[in-house]
Design a protein around this ligand. Structure first.
Ligand code: SF4
Length: 226
């Protein structure tokens, strides 16, 4: 078993780094770009959300321009990302609020805040949940926070890092306490890659897995089959 403590998380990160290499940080644009991109990515593929983001940027020269645009025009630009009738008013409301409060459509000021203050501000924006807010802090603000997506949730349960019945909030709390801030970025990306390539939701490819020795799920399944 991998222990749910800082040492265990470092070991997990090292194993995955040996398998996949160390992920490099990518430039993600402004904080508001990242937030809007993350909202677009909800319940769709990364190809569709990237296309929707590009269309939004082509249609509106700035987020200030988007704030003054009719909602239906925003929805038509992002249709490819799905749920456009929910995402468009949500994005417009957020941009308008930031513009009204801060004088311009930019969230870059939160980069200078500590993670807790920045998280509270993001969570105060309508329609921004914990995972979205943590993704923005991790990817565009360089904060050492640990968002838990569906792949990370599944792998963490299989490894016995969190209880089988843990909710998303509980998973964030339990893992957030033990993932050292300096490995939050690589560990997040590596676990997602591992979930996509090896630890599939159905029929995980355990024979190819570098975590097999530590996996409660694998050992339980093996015992049942022998
Ligand atoms: S051994 Fe199998 S179930 Fe366990 S982490 Fe690896 S792929 Fe997933």
């Amino acid at each position: 078993m991998i222990a749910r403590d800082e040492k265990g998380m470092r070991e997990l990160c090292e194993r995955l780094c040996e398998r996949y290499g160390v992920p490099r940080r990518k430039a993600r644009g402004s904080v508001l770009d990242c937030l809007i991109g993350t909202i677009l990515s909800q319940n769709t593929s990364s190809n569709n959300s990237s296309l929707a983001f590009r269309r939004l940027k082509e249609k509106f020269r700035s987020w200030d321009e988007l704030a003054a645009a009719p909602t239906r025009s925003i929805a038509s630009a992002i249709r490819v990302a799905g749920l456009s009738n929910i995402k468009a008013p949500r994005i417009k409301k957020i941009v308008r609020r930031v513009k009204e409060e801060k004088g311009s459509a930019s969230l870059d000021f939160i980069r200078g805040w500590d993670a807790k203050k920045a998280l509270d501000y993001l969570l105060s924006l309508d329609g921004v949940g914990l995972k979205t807010a943590l993704c923005v802090l991790l990817f565009s603000c360089g904060k050492g926070v640990f968002p838990v997506d569906t792949h990370i949730m599944r792998i963490s349960k299989r490894l016995g890092l969190i209880p089988q019945n843990a909710s998303a909030d509980a998973a964030h709390e339990l893992l957030g306490k033990v993932v050292p801030s300096e490995i939050a970025y690589p560990l997040h990306l590596l676990m997602i890659r591992h979930g996509r390539e090896v630890c599939h939701p159905r029929n995980p490819d355990c024979a190819e897995c570098v975590l097999i020795q530590h996996c409660s799920f694998y050992h339980r399944t093996e015992r049942r089959n022998t």
